[in-house]
Design a protein around this ligand. Structure first.
Ligand code: TRP
Ligand code: SF4
Length: 328
């Protein structure tokens, strides 16, 4: 069998994942397992760039990994690991930081956004170095592809520039990674805004059918449809955005026509959505729950994956250390 390309991606552990995380990233990670050699990791050191309140990180890691496994990441096929268990990332981060001009990291858009969002008066050196640590995460495993959303593209571009510099300065040790853009469908939350944990409008992968039903029934619709007799416009309705993702053509066309003619009510429309949404999510939730009931098993999976990842990282660092020979 030809050697498969390597894929690497990571998520910060912020707890349970929602439908937006699934459709925007995780589902794609699962699919990539069929064709690529996949490395997926919990970017827990990256949490420290935002906050030193880390009490929940271990549990959040377990919750997120339960979602990964529930969605179908397969620890036999993919290497699932935890960044902070691989100290080699820190060493590589240090060495890459030496070939990274401050001006490059200062102009990274996520850095500027973070400072504004969190009103940081004195951003940390660690926050500034966020994309350098990310570059270390990626090139450590000589990943060819990094599946990410569009917001992360500047980080991947920067990783390429950093390794090019490293390779030129010392010796060609690293592969230049490339972003593999995931096509992200529009996933609205229950209030019509983008689904996001910070808005409290999410449908979580851990939610039961009952909970999802309770969230979808009162969901925001086309505001022009105040009464049952008012016709609506599916193109401006967040419920219909979900229909586009989950509902087969025939039912979706039925809903759109019924909406435009006021032939159906919004609750009828939502019930049809639920008819397709619930069965799509139920197997994920069930599998997730089986893992979540046995957290120690999740921890074992992450530790076993981290052992495997660390062996790769050690080999890379041998090459790196011989390219940057310092001690006599
Ligand atoms: N910065 C990424 C995010 O916020 C997480 C991340 C850290 C990552 N290191 C990575 C993603 C390496 C891909 C590859 O989503
Ligand atoms: Fe939205 Fe459906 Fe109501 Fe139309 S009928 S406004 S698409 S929920």
């Amino acid at each position: 069998m030809a050697k498969r390309d390597r894929v690497l991606s990571g998520m910060r552990p912020s707890g349970r994942l929602h439908l937006g995380n699934y459709l925007g990233a995780l589902q794609n990670w699962v699919r990539l397992q069929d064709t690529m050699d996949c490395f997926y990791f919990v970017a827990d050191w990256h949490v420290l760039t935002d906050t030193s309140d880390i009490a929940d990180v271990p549990q959040n890691t377990i919750d997120m990994a339960a979602d990964w496994l529930g969605a179908g990441l397969d620890p036999e096929r993919s290497t699932l690991f935890v960044q902070s268990l691989i100290p080699e990332h820190a060493e590589l981060h240090l060495l890459l930081s030496m070939v990274t001009p401050v001006s490059w990291v200062e102009r990274v858009p996520t850095y500027r956004e973070r400072i504004e969002q969190l009103h940081l008066e004195s951003p940390s050196y660690g926050l500034l170095g966020y994309p350098v640590l990310q570059a270390a995460d990626i090139v450590m495993y000589r990943a060819n592809w990094v599946p990410v959303g569009i917001d992360q593209v500047p980080h991947i571009e920067l990783s390429r520039e950093i390794v090019r510099r490293f390779n030129n300065t010392f010796r060609p040790v690293f592969v230049e990674p490339e972003a593999k853009l995931t096509e992200i469908p529009k996933v609205p939350g229950t209030d019509g805004r983008k689904m996001s944990k910070s808005y409290g409008n999410t449908i979580e992968l851990a939610d039961t059918a009952e909970t999802i039903t309770k969230k979808v029934r009162p969901m925001m619709t086309d505001p022009a449809r105040k009464r049952r007799t008012d016709p609506g416009n599916p193109d401006v309705c967040p419920v219909f955005d979900l229909h586009r993702i989950f509902t087969p053509d025939a039912d979706r066309e039925w809903a759109a026509a019924g909406c435009r003619t006021a032939g159906i009510g919004c609750l009828d429309c939502k019930d049809v959505l639920l008819k397709h949404l619930l069965p799509a999510l139920e197997p994920i939730r069930e599998r997730r729950e089986k893992f979540a009931e046995r957290p120690q098993e999740i921890v074992d999976v992450l530790h076993a994956g981290s052992d495997r990842a660390r062996a790769v990282a050690r080999r890379t660092m041998e090459d790196v250390r011989s390219a940057v020979r310092l001690a006599p």
